[in-house]
Design a protein around this ligand. Structure first.
Ligand SMILES: [Zn+2]
Length: 499
């Protein structure tokens, strides 16, 4: 339940507030006042913030909790090949496993200063409602703020790729076909169950990607999002090959135009990746007020390319930041995601367009708040009280810009001492203090053991498909597209035709 507390004598670092040592008063889970002398009002329930920096909790606006223990499992591969490892080679999960996976991620995020997550979790069709219940229960027990956008699709992965192009038929489908009406029914029940049910939890609508869903399913999910007012989240144009695949699927039309026609380009929508949009597509997203979620680490892990982040921020787009699933990251550390987002965009363009650490930190807070549709990412009065206290030993607090840069570039979460979500303390002295921390670790280790014992089978599944999928991938990569998002450097010893 939302809590009351007072943090005394703390250095406040917030994008919109002046840097300074003040008190923060929280009433009923909301920041009531920030200023000097507030501690005198309250004889007890005061946290001493001396030597601490208070910042808004970081927001992870895109992940997949089912991958939380898949660290180091898949090699660096283009997404078309990586998907085989990650989506279709894994062991079957029980609802208890889904709970363990979500809890493992929640603990990792909270202990590294992230207080809110948008989880596009894949939930087994065998027991969709039970898995949804388990993931939501884990987030409630952990005390993290969460939006859950179950990642549904009714087309097999191979249906979103073009096999005729390489003169072969599609391999046997990985998954059996799902009835779009049934999938929509699951989603309707999920929204009915969770809308307004818990102060920290938000049910969302989250098809995997338009090209992985039938037109019927996309239309019915769009209707559902509209009629329920639910937030909407999906993957869009993550890779170069998806330009080719989606243009083919939609008869030459842009997938962004398809989303617009479905009424899905609105301020209620957040779109993961969007690396391969053209100017018109970015303008459509901006004009609709939708949010792009940047995932710099998974984009590198899968060689997906470089989002033109500086242009987007200068162009007025709303951008949030995601860790993405641990199978393409391989952690859920938002300090690390911010550092990558600050540094990788120096690989191209003028330095005048490079995003600063302060830009990226503000983007993570404001964009994340927008993707979750709540007043978050701020220490201003009226915002939800999601607050992180960091030991200032390693961070010199003189200027806001340099302190933000110090957190973004030098911090990894090890200075995090206290984390407050909705006015409740959930991390104390750097350790998650909700529930049984040792039991969480034990369950995670047991599940990780099962995941790793199944790796030879995943390797075998990958090897069965790698040849044909490589041909499909290479063919799509050879098609001309009007934009470029990949960096090219001169080879060390001149061109080698064998590579
Ligand atoms: Zn993703």
């Amino acid at each position: 339940m939302p809590g009351d507390l007072l943090i005394e004598n703390v250095m406040v670092l917030d994008p919109a507030l002046p840097l300074g040592v003040v008190d923060i008063e929280v009433v009923n889970g909301v920041i009531a006042e920030v200023g000097p002398g507030l501690a005198a009002r309250r004889p007890s329930g005061v946290i001493d913030g001396t030597g601490m920096i208070a910042t808004p909790g970081l927001i992870n606006a895109h992940t997949h909790s089912g991958q939380n223990l898949d660290r180091g499992v898949a090699p660096n591969l283009p997404l078309d090949l990586w998907l085989i490892w990650v989506v279709y080679g894994g062991i079957p999960f029980s609802p208890d496993d889904s709970y363990t996976l979500a809890m493992a991620g929640a603990v990792e995020m909270l202990e590294s200063g992230c207080t809110a997550v948008l989880d596009q979790a894949w939930l087994s069709p065998d027991a969709f409602a039970e898995h949804a219940e388990a993931v939501m229960a884990a987030y409630a027990d952990a005390g993290i703020r969460a939006g859950l956008a179950p990642m549904v699709q009714d087309r097999d992965i191979f249906e979103s790729m073009s096999f005729e192009s390489v003169g072969t038929g599609a391999p046997a489908p990985f998954s059996s076909a799902l009835d779009p009406a049934v999938v929509t029914g699951w989603m309707r029940s999920f929204l009915d169950r969770w809308q307004g049910a818990h102060p920290l939890l938000t049910p969302m609508v989250g098809p995997s990607a338009p090209q992985r869903c039938s037109d019927e399913l996309m239309a019915s999910l769009a209707d559902l999002a509209r009629s329920s007012g639910a937030l909407f989240h999906t993957h869009v144009l993550e890779t170069r090959t998806q330009i080719v695949a989606t243009r083919e699927r939609y008869g030459g039309r842009s997938v962004v135009a398809v989303l617009d026609e479905l009424g899905l380009l609105t301020s209620n929508t957040s779109l993961a990746h969007c690396v391969w949009m053209d100017a018109g597509e970015y303008a459509a997203v901006r004009d609709a007020g939708a949010t792009i979620v940047h995932n710099p680490i998974s984009n590198l892990r899968c060689g997906s390319g470089l989002l033109p982040l500086g242009d987007l921020l200068h162009g007025g787009l709303h951008v949030a930041l995601g860790a993405d699933g641990a199978a393409s990251n391989d952690n859920q550390n938002m300090f690390e995601a911010m550092k990558f987002a600050t540094l990788i965009h120096t690989l191209y363009g003028s330095h005048r367009q490079w995003p600063t650490a302060l830009d990226v930190w503000s983007m993570c807070l404001r964009g994340g708040a927008r993707a979750l549709g709540q007043r978050l990412g701020s220490l201003e009065p009226g915002a939800r009280a999601d607050i992180v206290l960091l030991d200032s030993e390693r961070h010199v607090a003189v200027h806001k810009e340099s302190l933000a840069a110090s957190l973004v570039l030098a911090e990894h979460g090890s200075s995090v001492r206290t984390v407050v979500v909705d006015g409740e303390i959930v991390v104390d002295d750097g350790v998650h203090c909700r529930g049984d921390r040792a039991a969480t670790a034990r369950r995670s280790r047991a599940l990780q053991q099962r995941i790793h014992e199944a790796l030879p089978e995943r390797q075998a599944v990958y090897e069965r498909h790698v040849e044909v999928l490589t041909a499909v991938h290479d063919h799509a990569m050879a098609q001309p597209v009007p934009i470029e998002r990949l960096a090219a450097i001169t080879p060390a010893f001149g061109p080698d035709p064998a590579r």
